[in-house]
Design a protein around this ligand. Structure first.
Ligand SMILES: [Zn+2]
Length: 261
């Protein structure tokens, strides 16, 4: 391949992954609105981060409308990603090491932060079973809040998942790490929203230089006008620069193929 063609090929490999976090029966209406709003501007595929039993309120299979919608989206090319099990850190005490992440950064939702390897493997299996019960399957796992310890990380790949990621990095089963910062917002207080908008603006050029531009949304994000405006604006920018909307699974598979070539 000549130099010009190689450059063009790289250009066409530039991707946009929009991931919708915390999909469960209670967030279905909000998530569907996100798919509609971003779909209207050209985001045709999503990584849907499904929580198998959100806050222990009932497994995915208990809600037929949710299952049907997820299967329909998967048939259209979306990806189902396993996202924690309860999305809640049940019955664990905070140490000074974990308090920042569990209390300030999340609302006690860092479920995989300090799990042992066996505990993590058990939850991963239960999560996979909950999806299989409703004919869904996940190639990737993403921890709530992107927070996981070393044992949880090992457990994810021992259980055969193809990839995971953090807010700043894609990690594949061969332990390759690709730096990739995600746009994301924290909406639960005015000051967090203001800080999020500034932060996402500040990192925009960096995000758009990456092979994979990532835009990660939580269910309420589009309900705040300033956030909505920025989210739509950034998705437009990514698409206008020629990026192809895809899923994490495909982005990771393409990277593996490039490494082999
Ligand atoms: Zn989450």
């Amino acid at each position: 391949m000549g130099r010009r063609n190689a450059a063009e090929a790289r250009e066409s490999d530039r991707l946009l992954v929009v991931s919708l976090h915390d999909v469960h029966a209670g967030s279905l209406a909000a998530v569907r609105e996100q798919v509609d709003a971003l779909g209207a501007i050209g985001v045709s595929r999503f990584s849907l981060l499904v929580v198998p039993d959100f806050h222990a309120g009932g497994r995915v299979g208990a809600d037929p409308a949710l299952c049907e919608w997820l299967r329909g989206r998967a048939a259209l090319g979306d990806e189902i990603v396993l996202h924690g099990y309860h999305h809640l850190r049940l019955g664990r005490r905070d140490s000074w090491r974990t308090a920042f992440w569990t209390r300030f950064y999340t609302r006690n939702e860092a479920e995989f932060l300090d799990l042992g390897r066996d505990e993590a493997r058990e939850l991963l299996c239960r999560g996979r079973d909950a999806l299989a019960e409703v004919q869904l399957s996940a190639r990737g796992f993403i921890a709530p809040g992107w927070l996981m310890g070393r044992d949880a990380l090992a457990a994810i790949f021992e259980e055969g998942f193809a990839y995971t990621n953090t807010v700043s990095c894609l990690i594949t089963a061969d332990r390759r790490r690709e730096p990739s910062r995600s746009w994301c917002w924290s909406s639960r207080a005015v000051w967090r929203r203001v800080a999020s908008v500034r932060w996402n603006r500040a990192i925009a050029a960096r995000v758009l230089r990456q092979r994979v531009a990532r835009l990660s949304l939580h269910p309420n994000d589009l309900y705040f006008p300033r956030l909505r405006e920025q989210i739509i604006h950034l998705a437009h920018r990514a698409l206008d620069s020629g990026r192809r909307p895809t899923t994490y699974a495909e982005a990771c598979a393409l990277a593996a193929r490039e490494t082999e070539a």
